[in-house]
Write a new protein. Structure first.
Length: 328
């Protein structure tokens, strides 16, 4: 750890301590705090929790007013109708500015804050992490039951349908309500991964908190660039509670691989024997890869990846044309 990074290290340690305490407590998880903490750890004190909460409160109040004005209170999914409208269409409740998809840097490779809920709240531009998380936070604020669900490199919302028996999938990146079959087929999800709860499972607040801890480890790696104790604490805390957590297993595998490659280079540079170390690595990665395989995870087929890329390109062009026609 370099001296210039000590302030960031302090923030990450404080954020971890708070989130781990939530997991250990018998009380309900404060999800809005848990969403805020990794983003604050990355950005710093320019993110203010009181302002963040005030923005959530303002959005929630606008949603309640919309629900009352449109008599959605008694509809079985009235709150979710209001939430969907809040995200996808211009209304007074969203400042006549619906929420757009961040096409240019959706994975946060250039600017990691493009994946943040706090950035989405400020700009109304987000992606497949921030959009469903904000939906979930607002659902919690207005007392609507909603869940986060995961797919390969993707996140979306699920909530009960009008009967209370089935599920509705809310896809905010494309602004539609896709059927299960469409998500499964277009993302190459295996039945084994569904059966084991890796993908498509409606996740509650505690399960979301586990994923936020993994994301915080990834944020630390992005910001600091070192595989330091905060990374391992996040990953091992998650795996202690869910030994099949796919993203945690993958981050652990990537970290171990980076350390192994570095150590191998050092041994070669010094002319030291590498075979004993290589044998140890094989055993470690064999065990870890076996755990990943047993989740039912498979790589998304290339033809599905290419189809997804083409769909994004088409949507980018459509929205550019739409903006040009709106603002000649």
């Amino acid at each position: 750890m370099q001296p210039a990074d000590t302030t960031a290290l302090f923030r990450y340690e404080r954020a971890y301590d708070e989130m781990a305490a939530m997991l250990d407590s018998s009380d309900s998880v404060c999800l809005k705090r848990a969403v805020f903490l990794p983003e604050w750890a990355y950005v710093g004190d320019e993110l203010n929790y009181d302002i963040y909460c005030a923005r959530l409160n303002t959005m929630a109040a606008a949603l309640r007013a919309f629900i009352a004005a449109n008599r959605l209170d008694d509809a079985p999914i009235g709150a979710h109708i209001a939430l969907f409208e809040f995200f996808v269409r211009p209304y007074a409740m969203n400042g006549y500015k619906p929420f757009d998809y961040e096409f240019e840097d959706c994975d946060g490779e250039v600017d990691f804050t493009n994946t943040f809920v706090t950035k989405l709240m400020r700009t109304h531009s987000g992606q497949c992490r921030s959009l469903p998380l904000l939906y979930k936070l607002l659902a919690n604020e207005i007392g609507a039951e909603a869940y986060i669900a995961y797919a390969p490199c993707h996140t979306f919302v699920r909530h009960r349908d009008e009967t209370g028996e089935g599920w509705i999938n809310v896809e905010l990146t494309s602004r539609n309500l896709p059927r299960d079959e469409f998500i499964i087929e277009t993302m190459g999800i295996t039945q084994e991964a569904i059966d084991k709860g890796i993908y498509m499972k409606p996740c509650g607040d505690r399960e979301i908190l586990l994923s936020l801890l993994v994301e915080m480890a990834s944020g630390y790696l992005k910001k600091i660039g070192y595989i330091d104790p905060p990374v391992w604490r996040c990953i091992e805390t998650v795996l202690a509670r869910d030994s099949t957590h796919l993203t945690a297993l993958m981050v652990k595998s990537n970290c171990l691989n980076a350390i192994a490659q570095q150590q191998l280079r050092r041994l070669v540079e010094r002319g030291l024997p590498v075979e004993p170390f290589v044998e140890q690595l094989r055993a470690i990665f064999s065990e870890l890869n076996g755990r990943i395989d047993r989740t039912g995870y498979v790589e998304m087929p290339e033809h599905l990846r290419e189809a997804s890329r083409r769909a994004i390109d088409v949507e980018i062009e459509r929205r550019k044309t739409e903006k040009q026609n709106t603002n000649p």
